[in-house]
Ligand binder design. Sequence first.
Ligand code: C5P
Length: 226
Amino acid sequence: MSPSTTVPVLTIDGPSGSGKGTISRRVAETLGWRLLDSGALYRAVGYAAGAEGLDLSDVDAMTRCAQTTKIRFHAAADGSDTRVLVNGHDATDELRTETAGAAASAIASIPSVRQALVDMQLAFRKNPGLVADGRDMGTVIFPDAPFKVFLTASAAERAKRRYKQLKEKGLSVTLATLQREIEARDARDASRTVAPLKPAVDAVFIDTTGMGIEDVVAKVLAVVRP
Ligand code: C5P
């Protein structure tokens, strides 16, 4: 058993727009634990590949890209959003777009790309604990995590939440297009053969449709501190 397995992990998996990002951040802050936004890693590799003009369906090129892309998270001193540096460039804003989400989902179905990102994710497991946000946190990356949650919400509500989020960030999107894109991305994430989006058998399933953020945070915290 490696020493890191004594460090508690709360995995929060679920489809896009289920509220994972916001909830994970809030819960990590409350517990004083570290946060792993694993989606940002896939987005960063997709972004780096695009910046180099690589073909996202070229398995060898994507694998090399995942192995060599330098990804750094920088917490802003003023408490605003964590910045994501991709090969030294602050790509935080570019990574938020649905285009970056779709590119991430495309390369995330390549097993060797996923493999290349495993160690980086495991390295986040440090005391006093880790909140890990993603699709396969409880099933593949931290299967021994003592606390697991699977968040979901109706497709319509997830699209509305993402719409609001992207609008607030000043991005131009339409709700109908976004709903189509999100459904396509979720279908691909759920049907891929490697690490598909699915709840771990021991995860607490929370349907957040119609729930406010505070209520979801309280429910998730209750999993760690019953
Ligand atoms: O969570 P986020 O929307 O940032 O993730 C972007 C994409 O990255 C997802 O649609 C999924 O394809 C991929 N992903 C993944 N495994 C994770 C996190 C994200 O395959 N643990």
